[in-house]
Design a protein around this ligand. Structure first.
Ligand code: ZN
Length: 260
């Protein structure tokens, strides 16, 4: 690590120690170490297969049964089913124990934060969860495992058992609005923090990326941790490019130690 990188890390460690209300925003980059590929990185799902983006676009999903069939096949083999939380997820669960964490806002749908020990009250899932299915007509939710068990040659696109409507994972697709209550909670958490960390997110998707503006305008310090450049690097107090799984556990360990 260069001297400049060490200085940047030391600064962030100091800010973590001084902060009282930390809000964290995480994206796909925190789960790649758990074997879940990101979307826009060099090995991203959409970089390698642009067609996959149609399965995540609500208009295509509703209009085309073939897209839905492919989506169900893709869900069956989603890496989330076998993924385990990694050191970065566990570090954030540890950060919560210091009492400094206001909220853990995530763009991820894999529930790895909760499985690492972050409490459900702190995790705000901006883009929903793949662990549940939801009817696009009546809104009823069912465990994804139950719906996946129905998928077969005879039933390649299972419909809602209650109303016959189209089922989809309870995630936000392109063209779908975020849940207003979820978005409000995330906004509030960005507004009342004194340190905002954006990690493993390309900050290319709104309204998630806009949380950075909210935090900065509210006077919070703002740190970006991401391997690739983001549109928000210019307004960040500092940018760390090192792998999250390596630097985050060390940063949090220093805070935990100080508190005990
Ligand atoms: Zn229904």
């Amino acid at each position: 690590m260069t001297a400049a990188a060490k200085t940047r890390l030391a600064n962030v460690a100091e800010w973590l120690a001084a902060a009282e209300r930390i809000t964290v925003l995480t994206g796909a980059g925190i789960s790649t170490d758990s074997g879940i590929p990101d979307y826009r990185g060099p090995n991203g799902v959409w970089t390698r297969n642009p067609e996959a983006q149609r399965m995540s676009t609500i208009q295509d999903y509703v209009a085309d049964p073939e897209v839905r069939k492919r989506a169900w096949q893709s869900r069956k083999v989603h890496p989330a089913w076998n993924a385990e939380p990694n050191d970065a997820h566990r570090a954030l669960a540890g950060l919560e124990k210091t009492g400094k964490l206001t909220a853990l806002v995530t763009q991820n749908i894999d529930e790895l934060h909760q499985r690492a020990g972050s409490s459900r009250e702190k995790v705000i899932e901006l883009h929903g969860t793949i662990w549940w299915a939801e009817c696009l007509t009546c809104g009823v939710r069912s465990p994804m495992a139950d719906e996946l068990a129905r998928v077969s040659d005879d039933e390649p696109d299972p419909s809602c058992a209650l109303c016959g409507g189209i089922l989809k994972s309870a995630t936000i697709s392109f063209g779908q609005q975020l849940d207003p209550a979820v978005l409000r909670a995330a906004w509030a958490a960005a507004q009342r923090c004194d340190l905002f960390l954006a990690m493993g997110t390309s900050l290319m998707v709104q309204p998630a990326a806009g949380l950075c503006d909210v935090a900065v305008e509210a006077g919070a310090r703002f740190v970006v941790v991401n391997a690739e450049p983001t549109p928000y690097d210019d307004i960040a107090d500092t940018v760390l490019r090192e792998p999250i799984g390596e630097i985050l556990p060390a940063l949090v360990a220093a805070v935990v130690e100080e508190r005990t």
